[in-house]
Design a protein around this ligand. Structure first.
Ligand code: PMP
Ligand code: GLN
Length: 386
């Protein structure tokens, strides 16, 4: 096979995700896993039963329709209307995907040509970098800096070149917890319109906002026709293993994303699609309780991390807290996270892996708080040994 590397050069250096590495370390060391973002308590029982019933009654056991089952596409449009006043046509403006991850991949593969530039807020969720690379495009980071992690719109303007094809936005933002304000969204929208850019917006944490409110970018003037909005059932309904996601947008954009998507998985998660349709129609009280529970967990963990000596950046949204380890006399987040299980039986994620501009994130460490209160309390007790 000669000397040519097996892995193509676009994926070189992207060996295995930090989530896989750290979850394996948690299992191997029996540590509390506050690394990979998944809840330790499943979502509503009635939704799990809906999935089981769908399997047992033969709904979705064979290939569902390419764009997703009509019941779920209708439920997505009702959700967008109910929460944000956005109306979409379930037949032409909604696409069901294998989680938000496939939606991101399909959107980037569909909309990019080799040589295009994509401006993405960094630190960025790791699949963004990999999918931009697979599309042959180049990522251009807009760095969110501690302590505020706000996007600098002048910096964004300066990053736009004639090669810029799209902006990749994520609000609420993983891992910093930044929730973009209406003013920031307006600034981003104005730049997108002025330079005629496409926008992909990843809003999977839309129902986990603790300060202010979630505002979909697609609702801003001029954005509907240029924005691919992405969300998923994983975070909102605490079923991350089901991998049901969706895209909403103008018909031409959704058609483009569907073209790529049909050759990735074609379809997925048939019976789960029925259950997620029910989940999206849960009463508002479900969503209120989800938020209230996570707000309590955020505060529990934030206080514990501060007491253990970390600098804590309290997130406005998501179920992650970013901290800085400098006050503990540490500087290297990656090394810190690799040793943490052995030092005190807890696993966390080093934010540096989400940066191109690694200096900006070297000493940051992320903790997931989508865990039972007693698990968070035990983690905090262990971390005080530091
Ligand atoms: N985007 C962000 C910002 C995420 O944190 C995640 C999380 N896991 C995803 C996308 C992927 O979502 P899914 O599990 O639905 O593929
Ligand atoms: N989104 C989750 C996180 O940020 C995990 C996703 C994954 O494991 N790929 O932790």
């Amino acid at each position: 096979m000669g000397t040519r590397p097996l892995l193509n050069r676009r994926l070189a250096g992207m060996g295995s995700t930090i989530f896989a590495e750290m979850s394996a370390l948690a299992v191997a060391t029996g540590s509390i896993n506050l690394g990979q973002g998944f809840p330790d308590t499943d979502g509503p029982r009635e939704i799990a039963e809906a999935a089981a019933n769908a399997v047992l009654t033969g709904r979705g056991n064979q290939y569902p329709p390419g764009p997703g089952i009509p019941e779920l596409r209708a439920a997505v449009t009702e959700h967008q209307q109910h929460w944000y006043g956005l109306s979409y046509d379930p037949d032409t403006e909604v696409l069901i995907t294998a989680g938000a991850t496939e939606a991101i991949a399909a959107a980037l593969l569909a909309l990019l040509e080799p040589g295009d530039e994509v401006i993405a807020m960094e630190p960025f969720y790791d699949s963004y970098a990999a999918c931009i690379a697979m599309a042959g495009a180049t990522r251009v980071p807009l760095t969110l800096r501690a302590p505020g992690f706000r996007p600098d719109l002048d910096e964004l303007r300066a990053l736009i070149t004639p090669r810029t094809r799209l902006l990749l936005i994520n609000t609420p933002h993983n891992p910093t917890g930044t929730v973009l304000t209406p003013e920031e969204l307006r600034g981003i929208a104005e730049l997108a319109c002025e330079h005629d850019l496409l926008v992909i917006t990843d809003e999977v944490y839309e129902h986990l906002v603790f300060a202010g409110a979630h505002h979909p970018l697609a609702a801003l003037p001029g954005m509907r026709e240029r924005t691919v909005s992405i969300s998923s059932a994983g975070k909102t309904f605490s079923f991350t293993g089901w991998k049901v996601g969706w895209v909403t947008g103008a018909p031409e954009l959704v058609a483009a994303v569907r073209t790529a998507k049909q050759y990735l998985t074609f379809v997925s998660a048939g019976p789960f699609q029925y259950a997620v349709a029910d989940a999206l129609r849960l009463p508002d009280s479900y969503f209120d309780t989800l938020r209230a529970d996570h707000l309590r967990k955020r505060d529990l963990l934030a206080e514990g991390l501060a007491a253990a000596g970390f600098e804590v950046f309290r997130p406005e949204g998501t179920y992650f807290i970013t901290t800085d380890i400098t006050p503990l006399g540490e500087t290297d987040g990656l090394e810190f996270c690799r040793k943490l299980p052995e030092r005190c039986g807890v696993v966390a994620i080093p934010n540096v892996v989400f940066y191109d501009n690694t200096e900006a994130g070297r000493s940051q460490v992320r903790w997931a708080f989508c865990k039972r209160d007693d698990v968070l309390a035990e983690a905090v007790t262990r971390l005080r040994r530091l």
